[in-house]
Ligand binder design. Structure first.
Ligand code: URA
Length: 261
């Protein structure tokens, strides 16, 4: 017997949690932020400090990072489809030999929000789609709680192949795979990135921080604001963390509402 909650319990629990928070905050069932009316007058009166997550300095651009790979065939891909066709047989790291399917990513190619996880698990390896297992079902609930449909975001991982037994990605695997993620970001041009868990956050942002430190911080990846929250698998193991996740997701939604039209 395991004490881990079952998938259906978790889904119901998240729904109940959202409703509880909603009634506590006098809100409706899911998070519906107030519409912000941006006029020329209130833009003029905004100070830079009042605009959340606008980076004042972008040290390295995506183009600069990608230029290190300019001799690779995928570097000039003009669409996600073309990119996928050029990289889906990748054998740059040892995971190429053990994976069943290459998990490229899924969603709207013009998504304003990109969601980045760690690496495919067994269900994703079998299906070729990220976040389709139990963690994926919870991710769908998390997104829905702040009014995002799975299809309107783009979901990808730091690694595109499954590490055996779901172990943490090795640095050489990240180094081999992350340029593909950078290229996806440069094609999609999301306005916001949501990192799920410490491994996604530390690898994307090249930080050696705990998840606790990364949550609630204003980061950017090459100028794109990044929110770091709990990985849904961690929330399944630690339901008490859902309150924090809810706060992070509301912050993401607020930032989304504040994007220029
Ligand atoms: N966990 C992840 O980080 N990514 C997936 O695609 C599935 C589970």
């Amino acid at each position: 017997m395991t004490n881990e909650p079952r998938e259906t319990d978790l889904a119901t629990e998240l729904e109940r949690f959202v409703k509880e928070q909603a009634s506590r905050f006098g809100d409706v069932i899911s998070y519906v932020p107030a519409k912000r009316v941006t006029t020329e007058k209130n833009i003029a009166s905004m100070s830079i400090a009042s605009i959340p997550s606008v980076p004042s300095v972008v040290l390295v651009t995506l183009e600069e990072k990608l230029s290190l790979h300019q001799n690779e065939p995928w570097h000039n891909a003009k669409s996600l489809k073309e990119l996928e066709a050029l990289i889906n047989n990748c054998q740059k790291c040892a995971l190429g030999a053990t994976r069943i399917k290459f998990v490229f990513g899924v969603g709207d190619p013009h998504a304003k929000v990109m969601v980045i996880g760690e690496a495919p698990g067994a269900d994703e390896d079998a299906s070729g789609e990220p976040f389709v297992g139990r963690a994926g079902q919870l991710l769908n609930k998390m997104l829905a709680a702040v009014e995002f449909k799975r299809e309107e975001v783009f979901i990808a991982n730091i690694l595109k192949s499954r590490p055996p037994n779901n172990r943490d990605p090795k640095p050489e695997e990240v180094a081999a795979c992350e340029p593909y993620l950078w290229k996806q970001i440069s094609l999609i041009q999301p306005k916001l990135i949501l990192c799920l868990g410490r491994i996604a956050g530390t690898n994307l942002l090249k930080l050696n921080e705990s998840l606790g430190k990364m949550r609630n911080q204003d980061y950017n990846f090459c100028g794109i604001p990044v929110v770091v929250t709990y990985h849904p698998a961690a929330l399944m193991r630690n339901p008490d963390w859902k309150h924090g996740a809810w706060e992070d997701l509301k912050r993401l939604r607020r930032m989304y509402e504040e994007l220029p039209a």
